[in-house]
Design a protein around this ligand. Structure first.
Ligand SMILES: Cc1cc2nc3c(=O)[nH]c(=O)nc-3n(C[C@H](O)[C@H](O)[C@H](O)COP(=O)(O)OP(=O)(O)OC[C@H]3O[C@@H](n4cnc5c(N)ncnc54)[C@H](O)[C@@H]3O)c2cc1C
Length: 449
């Protein structure tokens, strides 16, 4: 009884001061309970009162990097230190495609550096090794055949086959619930741009039989992929792309969801919350889903094409579709995620983000709503090669969390790699945090020797 009394005093102090769960845990641990059961019970009770999940620590670097050898960690440290420099990144992103085309032997260099950090391998077999390794830590995988923007009907058919192959492979694994699809891998940019304009011009696509036929083939490809996915119990995530091609992707996503999401969620659309119209669009999509009696699959991201979008808007003299500030993007992203949790009976959420606070918000909301960490309608995801502390610590706590794992021939995944380099080169962006944690882990391992 004496020790219980002590705990109650700690409770009062913390509720008064609003302390964070991690500090709380350390302090409570410093109290020696004579009865471990009382301690356990009381600890859980405290966390419940504070609406935090059990001991979720997102910066435990030992857990986060357990799967990386010292050499791999040092390579990651070197790579992030280099790409932190935006000057180097801007030169590299301009020169690399040209150097690749020129036939210079730079594949080896790319493979050893940025490719190994962010990509699972050149083939499905190679990425299967990474998939297995992640599975050993309770981490799931979103497979992505990372070939982008390769034009021509033959290429589109080949990509379709590769995606179906990935779906079939996913079905043989116990940690690959999703395969992602970029529609620009299955359709020409020109066609998507025309279709994007069609509703605005109130004519468009139907004026051209050739375009109509091309769009039918794109739809056939997507339906073929979803047929196999639905049969095998694998989810299909449609990536979001640039605003000038996004309308047809959204329309197709709704059509596919109406077909495949009647009993379970097979198809997910992606919502880029850096766009100021997307929170409304999420709610409209939900309304359409309810009216059509199907479930909404919603993968939420902030958005990867901010600079490109702003530049194009400026050049062509239209209002930028992107929020003016990061804060406005954050606000919409977090509100949209909360909306999905509030409506989780009819919405399945994939929170695709490296932002610690956004992930924590949803973890807290899940605890508040007494949802199981493994709730079938809540999934978290980070890109392979980034934010391991979030992924691995959440996996340890039993959340549905995955790595988005691209694979494909080096020359074909260059656009993906360039985006990762650019994303990691901003001064106050992700890299500082990646570097800090990688260095923390290197120091911890060194001190242990
Ligand atoms: C699993 C997964 C899947 C993804 N799929 C897609 C996809 O299909 N389509 C896609 O576009 N992206 C996709 N992304 C990338 C994503 O959109 C972001 O670029 C990336 O995740 C960084 O955002 P964040 O939430 O992780 O982190 P944060 O570091 O919190 O946010 C960075 C993001 O905030 C926004 N931002 C930054 N500065 C400003 C500013 N001044 N004003 C307004 N907004 C600002 C930008 O979107 C920037 O990328 C995916 C990411 C993940 C993890």
């Amino acid at each position: 009884m004496g020790s219980l009394y002590k705990y109650i005093s700690v409770d009062l102090i913390f509720i008064k001061q609003g302390a964070k769960a991690s500090i709380l845990k350390i302090l409570i641990l410093s109290f020696n309970s004579s009865n471990p059961l009382v301690f356990k019970f009381y600890y859980r009770y405290l966390l419940l009162r504070m609406n935090v999940s059990m001991s979720l620590s997102l910066d435990n670097t030992k857990t986060a990097f357990a799967y990386k050898s010292n050499a791999e960690l040092k390579r990651a440290n070197f790579l992030f230190s280099v790409i932190q420099n935006s000057f180097i990144v801007s030169i590299a992103t301009k020169c690399t495609p040209f150097l690749m085309k020129s036939g210079l032997p730079i594949n080896g260099l790319i493979r050893k550096t940025i490719f190994n950090q962010f990509v699972g391998g050149e083939t499905l077999e190679e990425s299967a090794r990474v998939t297995k390794q992640l599975g050993a830590y309770g981490v799931q995988v979103i497979l992505d055949y990372g070939v982008e923007a390769k034009e021509g009907e033959e290429n589109f058919d080949k990509v379709t086959e590769k995606i179906i192959e990935a779906v079939a492979f996913a079905a043989t694994q116990n940690n690959v619930p999703f395969v992602s699809v970029k529609l620009t891998g299955l359709a020409s940019m020109d066609l998507l741009e025309k279709l994007n304009e069609a509703p605005r011009l109130r004519s468009g696509i139907h004026d051209s039989e050739a375009d109509d036929a091309a769009w039918s083939r794109v739809k056939d490809r997507m339906f073929a992929i979803c047929d196999v996915a639905s049969e095998k119990g694998i989810g299909i995530l449609l990536d979001a792309e640039e605003t000038w091609i996004q309308d047809p992707i959204d329309r197709l996503a709704i059509e596919l969801m109406a077909e495949y999401n009647t009993e379970k969620v097979v198809v997910y659309n992606t919502f880029q919350l850096y766009r100021h119209d997307r929170f409304d669009f999420l709610k409209i999509s939900h309304k359409i889903a309810k009216e059509g009696k199907f479930l909404l699959g919603a993968k939420l991201v902030r958005g990867a094409y901010m600079e490109k979008e702003r530049l194009r808007a400026q050049k062509n003299g239209y209002a930028s579709p992107i929020h003016e500030t990061k804060e406005a993007t954050d606000q919409d992203f977090n509100a949209a995620a909360a909306y999905c949790i509030e409506n989780r009976n009819s919405v399945a959420l994939i929170l695709a983000s490296h932002n610690e606070q956004s992930n924590r918000n949803i973890v807290d909301l899940m605890a508040k709503n007494k949802l199981n960490n493994k709730d079938a309608h809540v999934h978290f995801s980070q890109l392979y090669g980034m934010s391991d502390p979030i992924t691995f610590n959440m996996a340890l706590e039993g959340f549905n969390v995955s790595k988005y794992l691209p694979y494909g021939p080096i020359q074909d995944v260059i656009p993906y790699l360039m985006r990762r380099a650019e994303e990691n080169s901003s001064v106050n962006g992700q890299t500082n945090r990646e570097l800090l944690l990688i260095r923390k882990e290197l120091a911890r391992r060194k001190a242990k020797k």
